[in-house]
Design a binder for this molecule. Structure first.
Ligand code: PYC
Length: 311
């Protein structure tokens, strides 16, 4: 039997399960190489940790690995119910809260390496965490797609550590009671983008689709619904999605450098953010809080037909 120790937290409602012991040994090399190794050789560990019967479609897992970049305190590879992620904003906040809970991280700034670059996470005295994300940008503006059965949607293709289609024009109601419909619509948009060959840079699949609407919470600038790659929706406002959105707002002249943007999620939680211009690139910063809510040892018993998760 194998044992994997995990710590669970949620960041603004979205869960993160951090593996702190017993995960697969991915060897050395860049984080991008180790992400590929996780996908190709150890995918069953990903499934065992986040999929049913131990997890659910909503979980994002985080495998801590030694960093390749000596300036980083840790390396991390994020994964979900269907694969790995380039970066994860809510997950980075969850990792920092988890390391602080374990006494492995103190307040202040810490660099964390991910497969798409190093980010800087700042643990504040209050327990909040700010993430200075990878440089973000818009690849294509006002892309219109006709989605069978749902009508026409127009949005931007943008990078915030993952690829997003950010939809500004739609007729949908952004309410928690409407998530089934929102999931259907955004899934149909994603499939249409793929069918029409609309991609991120170098043909990358756009695997996150985000709808925006007016906020319901006082002080928020916008409310969103974010479809994640495995068809679950993000309970948090999505760190990489908010980064992509703020990059587009900056490029449109609607969010000057340093100006606060408050993004409400579909469940009513919030990230605060702004952009900094660093070496002529847009570097988004998002701030939120995470709470540790479980410590567990997962037991992998090969006699169990669902030992490696239901996939
Ligand atoms: O916060 O970046 C994020 C994220 C990506 C997928 C789920 N959450």
């Amino acid at each position: 039997m194998q044992r994997i120790r995990v710590i669970d937290s949620h960041t603004e409602g979205e869960p993160t399960r951090v593996i702190i012991e017993g995960g697969p040994d991915l060897g050395g090399g860049s984080l991008a190489e180790r992400r590929t190794r996780l996908q190709q050789q150890f995918d069953r560990y990903r499934s065992a940790v986040v999929n049913e019967p131990r997890g659910s479609d909503v979980f994002v897992g985080a495998l801590l690995v030694p960093p390749d970049d000596p300036s980083c305190a840790a390396g991390v590879i994020f994964f979900n119910n269907v694969g790995t992620l380039g970066m994860c904003g809510h997950g980075t906040i969850g990792v920092v809260a988890t390391l602080a809970y374990l006494g492995r991280l103190k307040t202040g700034q810490h660099r964390i390496e991910t497969p798409v670059g190093a980010v800087t996470a700042e643990l504040h005295e209050s327990g909040d965490v700010s993430v200075h994300n990878v440089s973000s940008y818009r690849l294509a503006k006002d892309v219109a797609v006709d989605v069978d059965g749902y009508g026409r949607f127009s949005g931007d293709v943008a990078w915030g550590g993952n690829w997003f289609f950010l939809v500004n024009q739609h007729q949908e109601t952004l309410e928690l009671s409407n998530v089934e419909r929102l999931t259907e619509v955004t899934w149909a948009i994603r499939q249409t983008l793929e069918a029409k060959g609309i991609t991120g840079r170098d043909g990358a699949v756009i695997d996150h689709v985000e709808l925006f609407g007016p906020p319901t919470r006082a002080g928020a600038d916008s409310k969103n619904f974010v479809l994640c790659p495995g068809k679950a929706y993000d309970r948090s406002p999505c760190g990489t999605g908010t980064s992509a959105k703020m990059a587009c707002l900056y490029e449109d002249g609607k969010l000057p450098e340093g100006t606060l943007w408050r993004q409400e999620s579909i469940v009513g939680s919030m990230f605060e953010g702004h952009v900094n211009i660093v070496d002529k690139t847009i570097q988004p910063v998002i701030r939120g809080s995470a709470y540790v809510n479980a410590e567990a040892t997962l037991i992998l018993d090969e006699r169990d037909p669902y030992c490696w998760g239901i996939r």
